[in-house]
Design a protein around this ligand. Structure first.
Ligand code: AMP
Length: 110
C-alpha cells in the first residue's frame, strides 16, 4: 500500500518528500500530529535493513526530525516509533517511522 503512495497510485497528504524519503499523514491519526516517514526503497522493516542501507536510515531519521520541526513539535517534544513484525505491532510491511506529537505521550506504550 505504501508503494502505491510512492508511485502516486493512491492519494496521501504529503508533508515532506525528497529523492529517498516520503512523509505523509496517517489516515488514522493517534495524536494531533501523526505523520509516517518512509524510505522510497521497499524495505520491510528495520529488521530487514542491510549494511548498504546505513546512509538511507540516517536520511530517514533526519527527515523525521525535519517533519517534526515543520509541524512545530520541537518545543513540546514528540515521539518517533517504528514497529517491527507481529509482536511489534507492525501492520504495513513497508518500513515506516511514526512521528507522533501534539499531546502528552505515555510510557510504557502498552
Ligand atoms: P504500523 O501498525 O506501525 O504498521 O503502522 C501502519 C500505519 O499506517 C497505521 O497507523 C495506519 O493507520 C497507517 N496507514 C495505513 N494505510 C494508510 C494510508 N493509505 N495512508 C496513510 N496511512 C495509512
Amino acid at each position: 500500500i505504501f508503494q502505491q503512495i510512492i508511485d502516486g497510485d493512491i492519494p496521501a497528504d504529503k508533508v515532506y518528500e525528497d529523492d529517498f524519503v516520503l512523509a505523509f499523514r496517517d489516515i488514522q491519526p493517534q495524536a494531533p500530529v501523526h505523520v509516517l516517514v518512509i524510505p522510497k526503497k521497499p524495505i520491510v522493516s528495520v529488521a530487514h535493513t542491510e549494511p548498504d542501507d546505513e546512509a538511507l536510515m540516517g536520511k530517514l531519521l533526519l527527515a523525521a526530525a525535519e517533519v517534526a520541526r515543520r509541524e512545530g513539535l520541537d518545543s513540546g517534544g514528540y515521539r518517533l516509533v517504528t514497529n517491527i513484525g507481529k509482536q511489534g505491532g507492525q501492520s504495513v510491511d513497508h518500513l515506516h517511522v511514526h512521528v507522533l506529537g501534539g499531546r502528552q505521550m505515555l510510557w510504557p506504550p502498552g
